[in-house]
Design a protein around this ligand. Sequence first.
Ligand SMILES: [Zn+2]
Ligand SMILES: [Zn+2]
Length: 179
Amino acid sequence: MKYLYVGGMAEVDGEALESIRGRVAAEFALSPREIRLPAPGFAYDPIRGQYASTELLENLVRRCPPDAFKLLAVTECDLFIPVLTFVYGHAQLGGRVALVSLARLRQEFYGLPPNREVFVERALKEALHETGHTFGLVHCADRNCAMALSTNVRQIDSKRAEFCAACAARLPRPARPRE
Ligand SMILES: [Zn+2]
Ligand SMILES: [Zn+2]
């Protein structure tokens, strides 16, 4: 049995977490499992007021359970890598661990009225994207594909919560682009 462990780093939105666990596991034909992960305080950068995603990823590698095929961590903390203002997530290309931040996925972050559906959908897309990297998928030129690079929520909203045929074909399971 190949397990996908999905857990929150500290408290995270429960609905988004459940939705990600079920949907990402199904997409990659893995068995979902819950895991408790440490609060990400150790990776906090007080100058930037954000969390260092590389440091978090390294910690996740060490915490990855022996029977985990993949480990996906979800956090409410805003992530960065030194050369970028922020990142929505981070993953080991072709590795075992991935990380997704919910911090910038809510409409409220942009001064708009809350919309749960939009928020959860964005979280799913970014979770699929980062997990896709762990399967060796790189950024895709198809803007509808979950592997398209998103640097703002407009780009997240314009892609779909699924992989294009080319990306799906590179996954170790039958290609399953819907429609
Ligand atoms: Zn990416
Ligand atoms: Zn693609």
